[in-house]
Design a protein. Structure first.
Length: 187
C-alpha cells in the first residue's frame, strides 16, 4: 500500500478530547493547517499502538505550546484519500510518525490555564476551610444534599435570615455545587 505524503509543514490549530467508540477512554481529535490553508484532521486513540508516535506532540499541546509538525501521510482507502465525516477535509493517517518542526509557548493559553488553576485551587481551599473532606478522591458533600440532589433545608435562605446569613448560605451552596461537579468530573 503506497503512502501519500501530506505536504506540510502543518500547524496544529486545535486538539480536543472526544469519547472513543472503541474503548472506555477518550481520543484526541487534532486539526491542522498548512501554509496553503489546507485543513486536515486525525484521531489519536490512547489505547492504539500509534499513540506513541504522537505522544510528544500531544504532550507539547498539553503544555500550551503551539506545535508545527511535518512528515505525515494522508489516510487512504483503495488508493484514495479518506475524508473526515464531519468536515469533508482529508484525514491524516494516525500511523504517521510526525516530526516536530517548532514549538512556541502560547502565552495566552498558558495564562488561561493559570487562571483556571488559580480558580480551582481557591475553590478547593474554600472547601477545605468549610470542613469538607475527601474520601477516595471524592468530596464528602452528601451531608449537605438530600437523596434527590437538593440542598438540605439548613442551606436554603429564609425570610428570617439577615443579609450576611443569606450570603453565607449562598456561598456554601455554591461551594457544595462546585464540589459535586468535581465529583462528577464536570470541572
Amino acid at each position: 500500500m503506497s503512502k501519500i505524503q501530506a505536504p506540510g509543514p502543518w500547524t496544529i490549530t486545535n486538539a480536543v478530547q472526544r469519547p472513543s467508540k472503541y474503548h472506555d477512554s477518550d481520543y484526541t481529535y487534532i486539526t491542522m493547517k498548512n501554509e496553503h490553508n489546507n485543513i486536515v484532521h486525525t484521531n489519536i486513540e490512547e489505547d492504539f499502538n500509534n499513540n506513541s508516535y504522537w505522544s510528544d506532540v500531544i504532550q507539547a499541546l498539553d503544555l500550551n505550546y503551539d506545535v508545527v509538525i511535518d512528515n505525515i501521510n494522508y489516510k487512504t482507502k483503495y488508493g484514495k484519500i479518506v475524508l473526515d465525516n464531519r468536515t469533508s477535509n482529508p484525514v491524516i493517517d494516525a500511523d504517521s510518525k510526525p516530526i516536530i518542526k517548532s514549538l512556541t509557548k502560547n502565552q495566552e493559553k498558558q495564562a488561561d490555564t493559570d487562571r483556571r488553576k488559580e480558580y480551582t485551587d481557591k475553590k478547593i481551599q474554600d472547601l477545605i476551610d468549610l470542613g469538607i473532606t475527601q474520601t477516595q478522591g471524592k468530596w464528602d458533600v452528601d451531608i449537605y444534599m438530600d437523596k434527590n440532589g437538593e440542598f438540605v433545608e439548613e442551606l436554603i435562605p429564609n425570610k428570617t435570615d439577615n443579609i450576611e446569613m443569606i450570603r453565607d448560605k449562598l456561598r456554601v451552596k455554591t461551594l457544595i455545587r462546585h464540589a459535586d461537579m468535581m465529583n462528577k468530573g464536570l470541572v
